[in-house]
Design a protein around this ligand. Structure first.
Ligand code: ZN
Length: 133
């Protein structure tokens, strides 16, 4: 198991437009991509901070994962994503060590990355994403 770096931090927001405004006008970052991921029912906006990205997530439907998250917990940090070289083997390895997986197999996420989530019940409350370029 080798985590290369924190690829991005996912942040759930109610309104993408006003959140983008905060990241640009207050924090001085530049939104370089907006993308809808239909199967996750989210619209995402990306910023770069050094080698790490900020991924803002707005739900496109109240019954999507982000919609439900905001309803339960409100806006805020939703997940942390680590870059790995071999996502298939990384998933196998953590599963063998007793971690519950949300995605047994990698799927396509935003920016065309292969991604998979580990269940927060197994990760001390942090929804954890692996992603592979
Ligand atoms: Zn993510």
């Amino acid at each position: 198991m080798r985590l290369n770096n924190i690829e991005h931090i996912g942040i759930a927001v109610k309104n993408l437009e006003s959140a983008i405004k905060y990241y640009e006008e207050v924090l001085g970052l530049k939104c370089y991509a907006i993308e809808e991921v239909a199967d996750q029912k989210v619209k995402t906006a990306f910023f770069k901070v050094g080698e790490t990205k900020i991924e803002l997530l707005e739900s496109t439907s109240p019954d999507g994962p982000i919609g439900k998250f905001i309803e339960k917990k409100g806006e805020g940090v939703h997940h942390i994503a680590f870059a790995v070289d071999d996502i298939g083997n990384s998933l196998k390895e953590v599963e063998e060590k007793g971690v519950q997986l949300i995605d047994k197999l990698p799927r396509k996420g935003a920016e065309g990355l292969n991604i998979a989530f580990l269940h927060p019940k197994s990760t001390f409350g942090v929804l954890t994403e692996f992603c592979e370029h």
